[in-house]
Design a protein around this ligand. Structure first.
Ligand SMILES: [Ca+2]
Length: 513
């Protein structure tokens, strides 16, 4: 009997504080009808997370990291006060597979999202936003999402539970009509952004999608809440149609700009793959065309940078700057004239798969640390799990960057290779044309080490092999060069292993058979 009473007393002592916490949460929850009760599972000091992901921004586009032409004072600040990865790689050279990958910490093929335009998100894994939501975070998004088809006039189908409580959807500035929250927002205020675009050739800064996405993020940041938040700021730029507001373009002295990465041999060398799907073919552009394109692309980045400045001010003003982790990255790059190519598709040049990646959280991370280690965007999810104190799981393929971020480990090595993949079949949506037109297919896998890059275009006679130490601009394909056959064989074997290990092997084993 005595033991039972003692047990009851102990239970009361231990349970009472939990009941109080639960009660407190309940009060919060009731004051916000649309939010399910979060029972905080993350660490007590888990930071807010602002994840800024631009679209199609290649790696060499930040002033502080070596681009002498862009004007990016706010990104420069994040670089100086944070940790930047100069060799960060996207897991796919187009949107959906890249985004599916970095939101899950797994390769695109593992989560069954290998191409753009898919009918739905296949629910093959939880997004980090759902994991964070279940652990007590409140998650919001503005801009694009693109885990499945986002064709004009049809909003993309969201996952069953993507974790986002706040969802300001705008796949791009100009498509989607009433399903585009950005267009609808301005229409309700009597502003027709599509008409402005038609009249001026661009949308003025005040009404720009970059500004609107940022405004929605700032609204979210300014809300009072007692649990941590995570916001995905998914701006559409720097993306075609390359139409920055005129005052941003006018800042550039076009003739003084550099040429893209181009060698006269590119037209012939890169045309070998013209039947592998891509949005352009190698072309000899004029100087003016090349420089004007770069100026427009960079001007869009300058505009984005100004709005990142506004976010920093909002965080400062609301007293949240010290406990907010900022991540800056992009889903993939853009050729912008490099090798005579523009836009994107099934190719794996540095311009396409190497992207900016900055982690800023001075409370925990090193300042002004620049790591040239090979890292992948799938490394972001395991990093976030470690930072927030949440458990990792077997299926995760990324590797936490926290040891580098905190300075616990040397920043010059993280993993021995990075990989990227795309399994595209453009004609899938046009089955009626199978007989009349050649199929535009691009099944490609990239395996890159510090020294070499091997790209296989599956079903194609030829791939690409670059010696990155001696040919960092990827001008000379060594695929058929006799002296490189043994290194090619070794890389083929390693790439095959890496591809097999990225296969979704299904449920966990429960018994011996
Ligand atoms: Ca994209």
């Amino acid at each position: 009997m005595k033991t039972e009473i003692r047990c009851l007393i102990y239970l009361a002592i231990f349970l009472y504080p939990s009941l109080l916490i639960a009660q407190k949460k309940k009060v919060n929850v009731d004051s916000k009808q649309h939010w399910n009760a979060p029972f905080i599972k993350v660490k007590g000091n888990a930071p807010n997370i602002l994840w800024i992901c631009t679209d199609q921004q290649k790696w060499n586009t930040i002033g502080e990291l070596g681009n002498a032409y862009v004007k990016t004072p706010n990104l420069d600040r994040l670089v100086r006060e944070g940790v930047s990865f100069t060799h960060a790689f996207s897991q796919a050279p187009v949107c959906t597979p890249s985004r599916a990958s970095f939101l899950t910490g797994m390769y695109p093929s593992t989560v069954h999202a290998t191409r753009n335009g898919a009918g739905e998100w296949p629910e093959a894994a939880n997004l980090i936003t759902k994991i964070l939501k279940d652990a007590g975070y409140e998650c919001g998004l503005s801009g694009k999402f693109h885990l499945s088809s986002a064709m004009a006039n049809r909003p993309e189908r969201r996952p069953k539970d993507d974790g986002y409580q706040v969802f300001h959807y705008s796949h791009s500035p100009y498509q989607g009509g009433s399903t585009n929250d950005y267009i609808s927002y301005w229409r309700a205020k009597g502003v027709d952004v599509l008409k402005l675009k038609k009249e001026l050739g661009y949308v003025p800064t005040e009404y720009h999608q970059t500004a609107w996405c940022t405004d929605r993020a700032i609204d979210f940041i300014k809300e009072k809440r007692e649990w941590p938040w995570m916001f995905s700021l998914n701006i559409y730029d720097p993306h075609g149609p390359l139409d920055p507001p005129s005052e941003y373009l006018e800042r550039y002295d076009i003739d003084a700009l550099p040429e893209p990465i181009f060698s006269e041999t590119d037209i012939e060398e890169k045309s070998v793959f013209n039947n592998v799907s891509f949005q352009s073919q190698p072309t000899k552009y004029t100087d003016r065309e090349n420089k004007l394109r770069l100026a427009k692309y960079w001007a869009q980045i300058d505009l984005i940078d100004e709005h990142i400045g506004r976010l920093l001010v909002a965080l400062e003003e609301t007293g949240q700057l010290d406990n907010t982790l900022i991540i800056f990255s992009s889903d993939h790059g853009d050729m912008t004239g490099d090798h005579g190519l523009i836009n994107k598709g099934c190719r794996f040049y540095e311009s396409l798969v190497r992207v900016p990646l900055i982690f800023w959280y001075p409370a925990m991370f090193k300042k002004n640390l620049r790591s040239d280690a090979l890292v992948e965007l799938i490394d972001i999810v395991p990093s976030l799990l470690e930072i927030t104190g949440l458990p990792t799981h077997r299926r995760l393929q990324g590797k936490s960057l926290v040891p580098i971020l905190t300075g616990a480990k040397t920043p010059d090595f993280h993993k021995s290779f990075v990989r990227s993949e795309l399994y595209n079949d453009e004609n899938m949506a046009r089955s009626d044309l199978y007989e009349e037109e050649p199929r535009k297919i691009g099944y490609g896998t990239m395996y890159r080490t510090e020294d070499y890059k091997l790209v296989i275009y599956h079903g194609h006679e030829k791939g690409e092999l670059f010696d990155l130490r001696n040919d960092p601009n990827e001008f000379t394909n060594l695929w058929d060069v006799p002296a490189f056959q043994s290194i090619k064989t070794e890389l083929l074997r390693k790439s095959y292993d890496a591809t097999v290990y990225s296969i979704d092997t299904g449920p966990d084993i429960l018994g011996r058979y």
